[in-house]
Design a protein around this ligand. Structure first.
Ligand code: OAD
Length: 241
């Protein structure tokens, strides 16, 4: 595969390795991406489900949408790409994941250093006090109230028009800027500020490797693009360095 030897050589010398991931890495775990054919938003207009206004208008509709996603995610298992990335924590001085995904599959694969830019499908947040708590309810009737103040809960997902959590963003930015090499995997690179993190890391000297089935908005920022499904591409990397 073109570029794989160059990437393997870069990995040999790397101390700090990051994966920056999007929905495409979980596609081979059976989870739909957002913008592909048959993508997650196809049946639902974004503004009907993924905005604070939509939740204010019809919280049950929004919850039902995310409960369906929870059910899909509950049946999904991490794939080889998630697993190879998790294994890097044992092989490099520092390895981490900055993800736009809310599915928890990096943690399920064994990664422990993860910044979830867009929140987590397995958490809820209190509308009254802001407390974030684990939540694995799969039915609307089973959604609890806040364990601190009994307030109503919303999905702990960053919706369109909302800011990313400051601490998560700060951590992600410093990991990205300190990285020697970053694998940008399965993201269309069109959602901000996530995509800008990659451009910023490049300015700070990171070697950028894109893994995707097609060209994206971030291809021009990549030093090497490895085109293919992420499981196939990650299966070709050396097992140790
Ligand atoms: P997208 O659906 O926009 O992009 C998925 C990318 O994965 C595309 O570039 C595909 O070409 C690629 N892809 C699909 N299958 C693949 C495979 N098997 N191997 C490798 N690549 C594959 O998803 P994201 O970029 O993650 O935000 O979308 C970013 C954000 O937009 C999401 O986090 C979500 C959405 O609004 C929130 O929920 C807040």
């Amino acid at each position: 595969m073109k570029g794989i030897d160059l990437v393997s050589a870069q990995l040999k010398n790397a101390q700090r390795v990051l994966a920056f991931t999007g929905a495409g890495i979980s596609e081979e775990s059976g989870l739909a991406t957002f913008r592909g054919a048959g993508g997650l938003w196809s049946g639902h207009r974004v503004e009907d489900v993924a905005t604070p206004q939509a939740f204010a208008r019809d919280p049950e509709l929004v919850w039902q949408f995310y409960l369906k996603r929870r059910a899909d995610v509950a049946n999904a298992k991490p794939n080889t790409a998630h697993q190879v990335i998790a294994g890097w924590e044992k092989q490099f001085r520092f390895a981490g994941v900055v993800t736009q995904n809310v599915d928890g599959l990096h943690a399920a694969a064994g990664s422990t250093r993860i910044q979830e830019l867009h929140g987590s499908i397995w958490k809820s947040r209190c509308l009254a006090c802001g407390n974030i708590q684990p939540d694995d309810a799969l039915e609307y009737e089973k959604i609890k109230t806040c364990e601190r103040c009994q307030g109503s809960l919303r999905p702990h997902i960053v919706w369109f028009g909302e800011n990313l959590e400051t601490e998560v963003m700060d951590n992600a930015l410093s990991w990205m800027r300190e990285a020697d090499i970053i694998f940008v995997v399965g993201t269309s690179g069109v959602v901000e500020p996530a995509a800008s993190l990659v451009r910023s890391a490049k300015r700070f000297g990171a070697f950028i490797v894109e893994v995707n089935i097609e060209e994206t908005a971030l291809t021009s920022a990549a030093d090497v693009s490895l085109f293919g499904k992420s499981v196939e591409v990650f299966s070709r990397f050396p097992k140790s360095f």
